[in-house]
Design a protein around this ligand. Structure first.
Ligand code: NAD
Length: 487
């Protein structure tokens, strides 16, 4: 297991020798120590990325693509090892890491590997005698800052399009979950990415993160994390007016209408909130139920929540693992008190499981809370296995509740009425809407939000645009002196 910083094609110690302990959330034991990148290490990484940029941007796009495709193959070849590492470090159930995290990471790099030589420019029909064409050019050194909830997958979402478009990268993984990212850097080195094109510098937000976001040599910072930190990133970016892309929090409304297929809606809604212990920005954390089906739905939903198997994430039978850190577990549990203080009813869960085998870990039972749409637990992102339930009696009321938070990332609709589905999907203030499904992602489909959920898009063709800028080039085809030139 690599535990140093990856800079300029080599694994190196931090300049001042700092380290970070990496914790296993299953029992809070120390897995390992890794080097802690600080400002001077970020400077070194940005210098390496800047030096690598001219050759990387002028390499044939298909060659850049080929390296990304080789990386996707290498991820699959080391899939089990990466799944184990991700599960150990984050608490993702190993079955999810095998089925979702690793294949999605490979698929994303493969998508952008194929995209590298498909990014075309435009020819604009301007006045006769002139040719005007627009080419899309890479930005330069890109800083990428990712959180702890899907470390491996977010590396592919961020690095895939940036590298395909010809940028070089300094990525700062979360201080809490750096292990799979460091292994990924090693694989990138092995498949032949030139030195300096990718630099991986784990460290704390206040040290490495702030330096990366303020650095004058960084052309863009792409950030995934909390809205509070996102605001700071925007402030930091002012120093050199770097571009900013923000994927922030969410408070997804998941609406079940009275014509929904109830068993499908129950299963889909459980996945929407309990997958990855609810630690997903797109989680369906506000369940809105039509009053006619609320009792039937809840009875099944609560039974399903109570049947979810909590346990050691490395056990293939485990369906829900621990939250990723003790700090975060405490934060999520604090919302149980917030709910009760506001008059909410804890329908199930609300505490750590009683199983003594899980007593030292960051576990929380699947928690379902009846609450009013204006309550704090219905407005603030809890980011855990914690779902609020409220009822509605009309489409208009459902829409008003769905749109009543400052976030706007993901949302779900369960209905068999086609026109209702289209009407509601169009009216929801949400970057993504799933109908009779929830939390689908695909590398070809843009992922992003509005409002306090941030701006800019990951994945799809949109992402290639986000990592390039347009340059407009004018050719005077006849090489004539323009008539307004007074000669
Ligand atoms: P966070 O904002 O504390 O940290 C995210 C990353 O930013 C980490 O790498 C951290 O070290 C770094 N960071 C922290 N302070 C910084 C600073 N001052 N300058 C630069 N970097 C700094 O968030 P978190 O607790 O790690 O992640 C959970 C949050 O992320 C949740 O609110 C969740 O909704 C959000 N999130 C959003 C998405 C999305 O795609 N929209 C995805 C996952 C998580």
């Amino acid at each position: 297991m690599r535990n140093q910083l990856f800079i300029d094609g080599e694994f190196v110690d931090a300049i001042d020798g700092g380290t970070i302990e990496v914790i296993n959330p299953h029992d809070c034991s120390v897995i390992t120590e890794i080097a802690e990148g600080r400002a001077a290490d970020i400077d070194r990484a940005v210098d390496a990325a800047a030096a690598a940029f001219p050759a990387w941007r002028s390499m044939a796009a298909a060659e850049r693509g080929r390296l990304l495709l080789k990386l996707a193959d290498a991820i699959e070849a080391h899939g089990e090892e990466l799944a184990q590492l991700e599960s150990l470090d984050t608490g993702h159930p190993i079955s999810d890491a095998r089925k979702l995290d690793v294949p999605r990471t490979a698929a994303c790099f493969r998508y952008f590997g194929g995209m590298a030589d498909k990014l075309q420019g435009d020819v604009i029909p301007v006045e006769p005698g002139f040719l005007n064409y627009v080419q899309r050019e890479p930005l330069g050194v890109v800083g990428q800052i990712v959180p702890w909830n899907f470390p491996l997958m977010f590396c592919s979402w961020k690095m895939g399009p940036a590298l395909a478009a010809g940028n070089t990268v300094v990525l700062k993984p979360s201080e809490l979950t750096p292990l799979s990212s460091l292994r990924l850097a090693e694989l990138m080195n092995e498949v032949g990415f030139p030195a300096g094109v990718v630099n991986m510098v784990p460290g704390y937000g206040a040290g490495a993160g702030e330096r990366l976001a303020t650095h004058a040599g960084v052309a863009k910072v792409a950030f995934t994390g909390s809205t509070a930190t996102g605001r700071r990133i925007v402030e930091y970016s002012a120093s050199n007016l770097k571009r900013v892309q923000l994927e922030l929090g969410g408070k997804g409304a998941n609406i079940v209408f009275d014509d929904a297929i109830i068993p499908a809606a129950v299963g889909g809604s459980a996945f929407a909130i309990f997958h990855n212990q609810g630690q997903a920005c797109i989680a369906g954390s506000r369940l809105l139920l039509h009053e006619r089906i609320a009792d039937e739905f809840l009875e099944r939903f609560v039974a399903l929540a109570r049947s979810i198997r909590l346990g050691n994430p490395l056990d293939p039978a485990t369906e829900m693992g621990p939250l990723t850190s003790p700090m975060h577990r405490d934060r999520v549990l604090s919302y149980v008190k917030v709910a009760v203080d506001e008059g909410g009813e804890i329908i199930t869960g609300g505490s750590a499981p009683s199983d003594p085998a899980l007593a030292n870990g960051c576990y929380i039972e699947p928690t379902i809370v009846r609450a009013k749409p204006g309550d704090r637990v219905c407005q603030e992102e809890v980011f855990g296995p914690f779902v609020t339930v409220s009822t509605f009696s009309s489409d208009d009321e459902a829409l008003a509740i769905a749109n009543s938070t400052d976030y706007g990332l993901g949302g779900g609709l369960w209905t068999q009425n086609l026109s209702r589905a289209h009407r509601m999907a169009g009216a929801m203030r949400s970057g993504m809407v799933w109908v009779n499904s929830y939390k689908r992602v695909n590398p070809g489909s843009p992922f992003g939000g509005t409002g306090l959920s941030g701006y800019g898009h990951e994945m799809g063709f949109e992402a290639m645009r986000e990592y390039t800028e347009a340059k407009s080039i004018w050719i005077n085809v006849d090489a004539q002196i323009p008539p307004w030139y007074p000669r």
